[in-house]
Write a protein that binds this ligand. Structure first.
Ligand code: NAG
Length: 346
């Protein structure tokens, strides 16, 4: 895998521009068909269009109209959090967001470090859902909504949006955690672990996927056409279920995002950006990635840092359970949890 920095005539950038021009034409067409100012804005991919006048090495930062809903302006001030958690959620996932707020996402301190959790969303496909989102945002002040349609294929845009928001509106956070809304995060253990790192700079940490091949099946939702990304493997990347970037890493990734094909597989895209920026992912065995761990309070609350695939009721169960690890359970730690996961998969 080799992505040389682009100068004047970079084919990948050209390709991206062709794609974006195509999207722009489609946007105008759909505007003409559907009408409405909101529609046009929602189809304008502002994260990219706004960067047109910039030089290629400037980071992709969101333009001022890139967001529809934002947390209150005094968020992250005067002191930015040590851990900024950005949970990717879909507009319809009200229950998932509520479960996160009522559990690990509701805390403001973890292991003595300030933490803060927000949700990153796109625009609902059903415009009538927007009013409910607006009320939710007013009530909780924790919603970052980018102006792009919230679809699976647009998850890469969501990641660019949340990194852009973090870098612009919540500058100074030492670490940014991106997590899905079905992930149970063990913030105290994570904060403690991150607090022991002697050098936070360049952190890109998670469960690593090695030597993943791009999916060439046009019917798959992970489809990556060879015209977009030709090599037969992706560089190693952290599972998108939950990964951690230091603040400077997020800025560095945005700085190179122009040179990276906009593959719709969000975590692979982040890996490509990291590769381009010369940042190496670090493996963290305590993050479950996409492996399934059966609900076990000791594993979820003490041993592991992140577990994915947790439905709202289980999240509440785990959060409210008491008497977490017994002595021998703590001693066996990761080994026991991995054995439970292995048994559950049989
Ligand atoms: C992504 O969002 C843009 C902007 O809203 C929209 O035009 C496009 O249809 C979306 N793409 C997919 C594949 O959903």
């Amino acid at each position: 895998m080799d992505l040389p920095p682009c100068h004047k005539r970079c084919p990948r950038r050209r390709l991206l521009w062709w794609l974006l021009s195509g999207l722009a034409v489609l946007s105008v067409a759909s505007f003409l068909v559907t009408g409405g100012h909101e529609e046009l804005l929602s189809h304008s991919l502002p994260f990219f269009l706004a960067s047109r006048e910039r030089s290629a090495n400037d980071p992709i930062l969101p333009s001022s109209d890139a967001f529809l809903l934002l947390p209150p302006p005094d968020t992250c001030t005067p002191r930015p959090p040590f851990l900024l958690v950005l949970v990717t959620s879909a507009p319809s996932h009200t229950l998932q967001r509520q479960a996160v707020r009522e559990t690990w996402g509701g805390v403001r301190w973890a292991a003595g470090y300030p933490v803060q959790t927000f949700f990153a969303l796109g625009l609902p496909r059903e415009p009538s859902q927007q009013a409910a989102l607006q009320r939710e945002a007013e009530q909780h002040g924790d919603i970052v909504q980018g102006r792009f349609t919230d679809t699976y294929a647009n998850l890469t845009l969501k990641t660019l949006a949340l990194m852009g928001w973090a870098t612009t509106y919540c500058t100074g956070a030492t670490f940014i955690i991106k997590a899905d809304d079905d992930v149970f995060l063990n913030l105290p253990a994570l904060a403690q672990h991150l607090g022991t790192l002697t050098n936070a700079r360049g952190t890109y940490l998670g469960r690593i996927h090695w030597r993943v091949r791009p999916n060439r099946d046009p019917h798959s939702r992970h489809y990556v056409p060879a015209s977009l990304y030709l090599p037969t493997i992706f560089p190693p990347y952290c599972s998108g279920t939950a990964y951690i970037l230091s603040g400077d890493t997020a800025a560095a990734l945005l700085g190179v995002a122009h040179h990276v094909p906009l593959v719709p597989v969000e975590d692979a895209f982040v890996g490509l950006c990291a590769h381009q920026a010369g940042i190496t992912p670090q493996h963290e065995a305590h993050m479950a990635g996409s492996a399934h761990f059966p609900p076990d309070p000791c594993c979820y609350r003490e041993v592991l840092y992140s577990v994915h695939g947790v439905i709202p009721s289980k999240m509440l169960d785990m959060w409210h359970s008491t008497g977490l690890c017994g002595t021998w359970q703590r001693t066996l730690g990761l080994l026991r949890c991995k054995t439970l996961a292995w048994l559950a998969a049989l």
